[in-house]
Ligand binder design. Sequence first.
Ligand code: TSB
Ligand code: ZN
Length: 438
Amino acid sequence: MSSSNTQPGAAARSGAAAGQHLVDHRRLGRDLELFTTSELVGAGLPLWLPKGSAVRDALAGYIVDLERRAGYAHVHTPALARPELYQRSGHLAHYRDDMFAPVGSGNEELVLRPMSCPHHALVFAARGRSWRELPLRIAELATLYRDERSGVVGGLSRVRAMTLNDGHIFCAPEQLSDEIAAAVDLIENAYAVLGITEYGYRLSLRGEGGKYVPDDSMWERAESQLREVLDRRGATYEQAQGEAAFYGPKLDVQVQDHRGREETLSTVQVDFHLPVALGLHYAGRDGVAATPVVVHRGVVSTMERMVAHLIEIHAGAFPVWLAPVQVAVLPVAEEHDRYARGVARHLLSAGLRAEVDAGERTVAARVRTAVASKVPYVAVVGDRETRDGLFGLRLRDGRRWGPSDVSALTALVARVAGDRSAGLLPDEVSASARVVKR
Ligand code: TSB
Ligand code: ZN
């Protein structure tokens, strides 16, 4: 696997060799109360706790906003469909092993979808389309179900019910390479904001056997389009036979987990098959009906796999905008509770995530808990703070900022979160003398 290989000729080196020591997200997920599992629910079916859900919702909000700005239209489609849809799309012939058995409802059978592409194709086909509407970019945070073997599921990274940051671009053949490149740009932008620096590209090609739709010329065209985009960027990439989707080759973004095992995070896939299988058409410039090409892409993967990876690379110390609790407010004694709650309410009403820890334990013990939970900012309020209305923040990295009034502190945290900055203080504040090392 190569590292940050957007640079031409970047040396192939593994994330582990580059010095990344990742922590098992399952352990951190439990310790930080992000998610849990229950035998009563089943293997590969994690329950997101409030703190994990806060991280996930921040991620989802970010990616939906990024897509909207990139010209995507978001839809909502059901996680069920009649088997006939998956018969026609080819999933039942080529992807059945990964699908749950149909569920009955009276005398009608329905399948839990393993992918949302057929549904999005029907969004395309909701009415006649013209070449003027292309590329039509349809996106959804799509809930999918895959019957992964219970032996291979674990934590959040491989699950059986998942929500994919999914999107399908319906375009004319001559728009294909620009759309692939734009999807790769979105991935690189998102990785920069999420703090993902160790990754490599993989061109996933078909292998032997009947897993793949036949039609050699289609596979060759799709593969050469992906190669052209990678080459144009000067990116290095690995190739893997037998890792394609059944409908076409993929440009996969590979990362490593805490065990050094490689997994696919983002993906961009070229598909000439689905539009034919579902009879998609648009009126071409010359008035003649033409068949679109589909680009399938997942920018930040499934919420499950991406949050697992973010937990591991940040060791639970998420950037402020993703942190489940952004500010912990600790009253020194009972008489400071009211004031502390007012501070938290002020932060909450500014859209921030704040929590009051007014437990029995000493302030020092509660500070230690907040630090162990990787909370970016801790505000301790005692006599002086309550009297003057001025207080300081202890930063996760050991620095301090303040004292200042609640409005200024709220504005500071809101700005760091709103900018989705990697750091804990805006640059010009960070440089100021009011920041002292502990
Ligand atoms: C991108 N039809 C395409 C879609 O339009 C698709 O479903 N591709 S996929 O099968 O490759 O899945 C997309 C991404 O979902 C993968 O790259 C991977 O990051 C993630 N994913 C796949 N299976 C699981 C799983 N069992 N648990 C968590 N995430 C998964
Ligand atoms: Zn798809």
